[in-house]
Design a protein around this ligand. Structure first.
Ligand code: ATP
Ligand code: MG
Ligand code: FE
Length: 340
């Protein structure tokens, strides 16, 4: 099968053609990050307008690069949610138009299912599997009992990890998006400012990051009032160690409890060197299989949407043409209905 996939949920416009759910024939990504930098974050109206400007040309180029004739496409997939409603809408209108013109099925796809199935672009998945989703808007542990069956076992109760990184980065004077800067500073640090680990109730797989973020801001302010300055790299190191320790511990505990055969890391924060190294070391020590996609498939891209949509396509589970952008789309509800 050949699925053409469209992703416009946030500030990346992306179009891909994916063969059989895991072979990427083309995957074009146009990032708006330079546009939004001036505002210190993503401005929704600006994001929608930028998607409109590039989407048509990107559709043409992604098809051309794939070497597949439009009439040979099997289905058109598009991110239906979660995301910015206006941004999602641009992709959905483009995908519906193309699907109607070509007479192909439409597959509305869950953005986080996409992040998780980015791992299928790397390797055959084995179930049950556990996914640790760490992105700009999500921090979740997802149990996959079998292919395409999602169960949320833990989530953040306040900030997402990427969001916390960006806020701490801003307090340390780094430009948006600050996650990679904090990562680099942490790796170069010679000192560590100790910060609290937030575990929540015993046995909970939930996360909380706003307290840690406040602890960073307090430490910076208190030092300032004493007329001292904390070494920014030491703060970055302390923050990163606190975040990574909790993520690794909870992910490994979940893998044990659910008998997962693989741990799948995904989302933009999967780029974090501290997190990758800690997970790799821990999984190697405990004999657990860890899968991490390459960077281009960790941040937002359409190839991952094509990989997730394939789960629905092989089961004949398409989406009605009156489907709407759904910023609150549930991952569990998006699970496949039947066995393949
Ligand atoms: P969602 O998928 O939840 O809707 P998103 O798609 O906007 O969110 P991603 O593109 O997956 O998020 O990830 C972007 C986030 O990843 C940003 O917050 C960015 O700061 C963070 N990030 C990127 N690289 C690193 C890194 N090396 N260390 C820490 N954070 C990072
Ligand atoms: Mg982005
Ligand atoms: Fe994303």
């Amino acid at each position: 099968s050949y699925i053409l996939a469209v992703e416009t949920s946030c500030d990346e416009t992306s179009v891909a053609v994916v063969k059989d759910g895991h072979v990427v024939l083309s995957n074009l990504i146009s990032s708006q990050v330079e546009t939004h930098k001036a505002f210190g974050g993503v401005v929704p109206e600006v994001a929608s307008r930028k998607h409109v400007e590039v989407i048509t040309l990107m559709l043409e180029q992604a098809i051309e690069q794939s070497g597949i004739r439009p009439r040979d496409l099997s289905a058109i997939a598009v991110t239906q949610g979660p995301g910015l409603v206006g941004a999602l809408l641009v992709g959905i209108v483009a995908a519906k138009t193309l699907a109607m013109a070509l007479g192909k099925p439409l597959i509305g796809t869950h953005h986080i299912a996409g992040h998780i199935y980015a791992n299928r672009l790397v390797r055959e998945l084995q179930y049950p599997a556990m996914a640790l989703v760490v992105s700009g808007g999500h921090t979740e542990l997802v149990h996959l009992e079998s292919e395409g069956k999602f169960k949320l076992i833990g989530r953040t109760r306040d900030d997402a990890v990427g969001e916390a990184y960006d806020k701490v980065a801003r307090a340390l004077g780094c430009p948006y998006p600050g996650g990679p800067h904090v990562d680099r500073m942490a790796s170069e640090a010679e000192d560590v400012v100790p910060l609290p680990r937030v575990w929540l109730e015993a046995g909970s797989y939930d996360f909380s990051l706003s307290g840690l973020k406040s602890a960073v801001l307090n430490a910076l302010n208190q030092a300032k009032m004493r007329g001292e300055a904390l070494e920014p790299s030491a703060v970055a190191r302390g923050f990163q160690e606190a975040v990574v320790e909790v993520l690794v511990e909870k992910a490994v505990r979940a893998v044990r409890e659910y008998g997962s055969r693989q741990l799948l890391l995904c989302g933009g924060v999967a780029a974090n060197r501290g997190l990758r190294a800690a997970l790799q070391e821990r999984c190697a020590k405990e004999g657990l299989e860890l899968v991490i996609p390459p960077m281009e498939y960790c941040t937002d891209n359409a190839a991952m949407i094509g990989a997730a949509a394939y789960l629905k396509w092989i089961r004949g589970e398409g989406t009605d043409f009156d489907a709407k952008a759904d910023p609150g789309l549930s991952l569990e509800a998006w699970s496949v209905q039947s066995e393949a």
